[in-house]
Write a protein of this length. Structure first.
Length: 243
């Protein structure tokens, strides 16, 4: 009987120890589950914050690009509006053209005329230099022909091969006159190009606001009129200008 009681007591303690161990295991499992859930929540929140940061950066970059695009468009529109409303001052354009060829056209914003002006000026400068150089050479030869120094015979180097030396003076003199005439002509042409550039700049500034629309028209039609004093009918021509 005593042995049976001891056995029951031993079994009771074993049962209680098993219950305590099971309860401890459940508590540890619950703690691990809670920790894993907390870590998962933290990771999800971190990923969400990173995603939000990336989206905000993309939105800022997109807004910056849109702002730059709008600013460029506004600058283009402002330049176009300033060009449309620009009216040059004729006096200022005149003085600029007198100061430097082509400056009046630059002030009037007629840049396409610059190649014409500078091309003409360069052509005139080349022609003056070419004919002026030949004139100086033949003039030196003509001076050598006129002096009495036998050692100065540069004029003989200017005549063509086989040309008689007795006629060298006339040949050199004719060349001097020809090259001097061509040089002077191109000097006059250069002055004319300069004057035309000034006149063009002034006139272009004066006509900057001239109306060249399609509303300009002129009509010519016959008209029958009556003389006031005699009452005699007369034929006439009527001209009407619309602007």
């Amino acid at each position: 009987m005593l042995n049976c009681c001891k056995l029951y007591i031993l079994l009771f303690f074993v049962f209680v120890a098993g219950l305590l161990q099971a309860q401890s295991d459940n508590s540890q499992l619950l703690s691990d589950t809670t920790l894993f859930s907390t870590q998962s929540t933290l990771i999800s929140n971190s990923q969400f914050s990173t995603l939000n940061s990336q989206l905000e950066i993309q939105n800022v970059e997109s807004l910056q690009k849109d702002s730059l695009r709008l600013a460029k468009q506004m600058r283009r529109e402002q330049r176009a509006l300033a060009q449309a409303n620009f009216k040059p001052d004729p006096n200022k354009s005149l003085w600029l053209g007198l100061t430097f060829p082509g400056a009046g056209q630059i002030y009037n914003r007629k840049y396409w005329k610059l190649p014409i002006i500078y091309g003409g000026a360069m052509g005139v400068a080349y022609a003056v230099s070419y004919y002026g150089g030949h004139y100086n050479d033949y003039m030196k030869g003509y001076r050598d022909y006129l002096d009495s120094d036998p050692n100065t015979n540069y004029h003989l180097q200017l005549i063509p091969q086989g040309y008689p030396e007795s006629s060298a003076g006339n040949y050199v003199k004719n060349r001097v006159n020809s090259y001097r005439r061509y040089r002077d002509i191109f000097i006059v042409v250069g002055v004319a190009v300069y004057a035309l550039s000034v006149i063009d700049a002034y006139v272009d500034a004066q006509l900057a606001d001239f109306d060249i629309s399609t509303d300009l028209s002129m009509k010519v039609r016959p008209k029958l009129d009556v003389e006031q004093h005699t009452g005699t009918p007369t034929a006439a021509c009527q001209m009407q200008i619309y602007f």
